[in-house]
Design a protein around this ligand. Sequence first.
Ligand code: DX5
Ligand code: ZN
Length: 217
Amino acid sequence: DRKIKIAPSILAADFADFGREIRAVEDQGADWVHVDVMDGHFVPNLTFGPPAVAAFRKHVNTVMDVHLMIAPVDPFIDAFAKAGADILTAHVESGPHIHRTLQAIRDAGMRPGVALNPGTPADAVEHLLDLTDLVCVMTVNPGFGGQKFLDMTGKIRRLREMIGDRPVHIEVDGGIDVVTAPLVVAAGADVLVAGSAVFNGGSVSNSARYGENIRAI
Ligand code: DX5
Ligand code: ZN
């Protein structure tokens, strides 16, 4: 379905309180929970690995959307399946065998996604669209929350055309807020990842603010 989904990125949550943060954004209307895995190699930052993701799983009642910013991906697919990822997204730039990687993610029982860095053209996923449930268009260079939105609306439009009537989501990730969300939705995106724009101004003890932020987006 093309209902617009909001996926708060817990990269912008309180790292000492993930369980309550996840429950708070879900209570406040989040459709999915977005988990950013970084390895300090594919991207210049480190976050968390499979044991942490398994701990998050106990608190996620919606969909756990795991975005891997790691290379290589293949040695970790089983660990993320065991950790309970529903969607596992790998970058098209993460290695030469992304086609095999997406198949391996499906074989491990998860829904595969493929992400595109801002510098990578839509055509890079042309031969992957029958293998994937989601294309994630990065609207920042991945690695950090709170960066300025890069306009990828032309790429999103092109992808929507390429996808045709396949059941493939277009997710956008980076710099999504009340100003940029309408632009990407008009271009054809249906899953909006937002970190700062959801968590800013709120906390687990003031989670009504998360709800206001989600509804505003
Ligand atoms: C960027 C991550 C994003 C990030 C988005 O590397 O993939 O998911 O958390 O954060 P905001 O919404 O603050 O740009
Ligand atoms: Zn992400």
